[in-house]
Design a protein around this ligand. Structure first.
Ligand code: NDP
Length: 435
């Protein structure tokens, strides 16, 4: 904490990993005395830069850009770019740290990284978004590359932004390479990449439920967020027979007792992706649904909860409400959405709980598949990519069970994910010497 003042989110992420990994290191002599954890919490490189751009009124705007190159022991740095006014060093370091473990869990050769800017895309014109992305890439291009560091999307960065950044990189370098993932299908993107994080989260929850002889069929599901991850978690949960009754954004949540089925989800996608409007618009078309302003959906009775918005969006009292209402499974689509106190509530109640670094790894895994396709210069069908995604989520679940089970058969997925993620990175770091 002394070394990293004012970085609460980074401290929170490190503490959660340390609590499970240190006891493991103590029992495994091979990992002792090499300062492994100390090295892992120190980013290999942090880049911070000025991003200046001209808004539509001709005014000069200034933002701060970042790239955290956390760990390259098992592959090129890999992790998303976030555009949100809350972005700062602490949030990006927490995300890059988690990413290192997550990428290790996917079984693919990817190191950990994360980047972004405090730029707020809300209310900006398409022209302003493009200008910002181009200016951001002018500096970022110096530090990334298909074999060095491969960024992707995250909050506030979807297909449109990745496209503008890719175009600028290509212009600067005169190179058509897989330097970013989440690209459009016509220029090297992978089928199923937009769906992958949400689908993968539901596949992971499905595996957890299976251990209890349960499934999504007939279950009430609450989802938070209404962006990329939330939309496709809603789609897959519905396809598997669940009834999704909530979605949200930073202004509040919608509750639809009839279920947000395929037709209603298409309208959500229109509101969020085309109109770029608020989720509250939903009730104009479906007046039986209600909009609850300024609240999060965890007060709604459900069997399965999928937090898919942002960090620390589910606190202790909300976790207690979920458990009291009979929720049996919480699978994180977002990164670190549950506070440490909330996780304690879930684990104490012994309900199924998956941390994002395991359950949302399907996104980056499919980005890894996009990198493979780019290197091979070919494209796989959606069935093929979806099959690989399912396989990877099954493997991650199996790793969590392997490292997280106790004698009673209870699986601590937090412990399992942290240790499984740690082992691969630690082995690679040991083999590569003191670097
Ligand atoms: P989007 O930008 O598409 O959507 C984010 C959603 O979360 C929006 O509904 C947004 O509402 C809401 N949100 C953001 N910040 C807040 C906040 N402070 N309070 C309440 N709601 C908020 O992002 P993604 O769906 O891509 O990302 C969601 C989460 O999933 C993040 O934690 C991300 O790191 C994680 N993730 C994403 C992956 C991906 O492939 N995209 C991969 C793995 C993890 P509003 O519009 O009001 O801001």
């Amino acid at each position: 904490a002394k070394k990293n003042p004012n970085e609460p989110e980074f401290m929170q992420a490190v503490k959660e990993v340390a609590e499970t990994v240190i006891p493991f290191i103590e029992k495994n002599t091979k990992y002792q005395n090499k300062m492994l954890l100390e090295r892992m919490v120190e980013p290999e490189r942090v880049i911070m830069f000025r991003v200046t751009w001209l808004d539509d009124a001709g005014n000069t705007q200034v933002n701060r850009g970042y790239r955290i190159q956390m760990n390259s022991a098992i592959g090129p740095y890999k992790g998303g770019i976030r555009f949100h006014p809350s972005v700062n060093l602490s949030i990006l370091k927490f995300l890059a740290f988690e990413q290192t473990f997550k990428n290790s869990l996917t079984t693919l050769p990817m190191g950990g990284g994360k980047g972004g800017s405090d730029f707020d895309p809300k209310g900006k014109s398409d022209n302003e978004i493009m200008k910002f992305c181009q200016s951001f890439m002018i500096e970022l291009a110096k530090h990334i590359g298909a074999d060095t560091d491969v960024p992707a999307g995250d909050i506030g960065v979807g297909g449109r932004e990745v496209g503008y950044m890719f175009g600028q990189y290509k212009r600067l370098r005169n190179e058509f390479t897989g330097v970013l993932t989440g690209k459009g299908i016509s220029f090297g993107g992978s089928l199923i990449r937009p769906e992958a994080t949400g689908y993968g989260n539901v596949y992971f929850a499905q595996s957890m439920l299976k251990t209890k002889g349960e499934s999504f069929s007939g279950k009430i599901v609450t989802v938070s967020g209404s962006g990329n991850v939330a939309q496709f978690a809603c789609e897959k949960a519905t396809e598997l027979g669940g009834k999704v009754v909530t979605l949200s954004d930073s202004s509040g949540y919608i509750y639809d007792a009839d279920g947000i089925d395929a037709e209603r989800l298409a309208h959500v996608m229109f509101i969020k992706n085309e109109q770029r409007a608020r989720i509250s618009e939903y009730v104009k078309k479906y007046p039986n649904a209600k909009f609850v302003e300024g609240k999060r959906p965890w007060e709604v009775k459900c069997d399965i909860a999928l937090p898919c918005a942002t960090q620390n969006e589910l606190n202790e009292s909300e976790a207690k409400a979920l458990v009291a209402n009979g929720c049996i499974c919480v699978s994180e689509g977002a990164n670190m959405p549950s506070t440490p106190e909330a996780i304690e509530v879930f684990q104490h109640a012994k309900i199924l709980f998956a941390p994002g670094k395991a359950s949302n790894a399907g996104g980056v895994a499919t980005s890894g598949l996009e990198m493979s396709q780019n290197s091979l210069r070919l494209s796989w069908t959606s069935e093929e990519v979806d099959e690989r995604l399912k396989r990877i989520m099954l493997d991650i679940h199996a790793s969590c069970v392997k490292f997280g089970s106790d004698q009673s058969g209870y699986v601590d997925y937090v412990k399992g994910a942290n240790i499984a993620g740690f082992v691969k990175v630690a082995d690679a770091m040991l083999a590569q010497g003191v670097v």
